[in-house]
Design a protein around this ligand. Structure first.
Ligand SMILES: C[S@@+](CC[C@H](N)C(=O)[O-])C[C@H]1O[C@@H](n2cnc3c(N)ncnc32)[C@H](O)[C@@H]1O
Length: 250
């Protein structure tokens, strides 16, 4: 395992408890429209599904509620996998503690749907990750993922004034010494929107839909106070927090 993956794994084990049931379907991300509003999955009943970066297992639980026939998940963190096992204790599931960019011999051409809610951007190797996901899908199978809108991290809010900070042009990694207020350094790759789209195309996917999130109807009546938090309703009403892409294997 690379140094970055080892570091992120250690830190995710430390912060896992902050993410129990957070960033899970039907939510696609902070303040973003939900699956109930967008209906990107269409039919879930009797489908074999694989969750990439399954976290605490709550998106898989949503899949189970909708009648998925098989529940599979992969996550880098042992702690997250332990929690996912607990979340899914009453139903058969296949959960693996592994990095999404590693080939752990999951079945090929097997899944109807592979999805990832707020995890894909952690991969240290986007091309390999997309190639693997393509290989797991049956021909015609769908891949749906959500992640921070690639420009969002550059939108800094100060006294409610939003300005651009840093350079969107420079891709690469950023190290954050603390995560969720814990001493848990993480390394997060920064990529442009076009990089995600072009790597999907290179892997062989046909892109069906690219969405830049709008605020969910659930917040329609909520007043947005001026806020400089990283995620705020105030900021989300001006700029998409989340990108969502749906692609299909040929
Ligand atoms: C915000 S959480 C995702 C929540 C989850 N999708 C859910 O439905 O509850 C991000 C997850 O990505 C996982 N992760 C980070 N890097 C990863 C990698 N390289 N491979 C697999 N999982 C990774 C983390 O352990 C964490 O559980």
């Amino acid at each position: 395992m690379t140094d970055i993956l080892q570091q992120n794994k250690k830190s995710w084990d430390i912060v896992a408890h902050h993410f129990n049931g957070i960033d899970a379907l039907p939510s696609y991300g902070p303040f973003c429209q939900t699956e109930e509003e967008l209906r990107l999955f269409k039919e879930i009943k009797n489908k074999k599904v694989l969750d990439i970066g399954c976290g605490s297992g709550h998106s898989l639980l949503y899949m189970a509620d909708k009648g998925a026939s098989e529940l599979w998940g992969v996550d880098l963190s042992e702690k997250q996998i332990e929690t996912a096992k607990e979340t899914l204790k009453d139903m058969p599931s296949q959960l693996y503690c592994a990095a999404m960019e590693k080939d752990i011999a999951l079945p090929k051409e097997y899944f109807d749907i592979v999805y990832s809610i707020y995890a894909i951007g952690w991969t240290t190797d986007l091309a390999t990750t997309f190639n693997l996901i393509y290989s797991y899908l049956k021909p015609g199978g769908a891949f749906i993922f959500s992640w921070d809108h690639p420009l969002y991290a550059y939108m800094q809010s100060e006294n409610g004034q939003i300005s651009l900070t840093g350079s969107y042009q420079e891709e690469g990694i950023t190290t954050y010494p603390r995560f969720k207020g814990e001493e848990a350094p993480v390394v997060i790759p920064k990529r442009k929107m076009s990089t995600y789209i072009n790597e999907l195309i290179k892997a062989g996917f046909t892109i069906e839909c690219v969405m830049e999130s709008e605020v969910s109807k659930n917040f329609e009546k909520v007043e947005a106070e001026i806020s400089d938090r990283y995620y705020s309703l105030y900021k989300a009403r001006k700029f998409p927090t989340t990108m969502i892409i749906k692609a299909r294997r040929a």
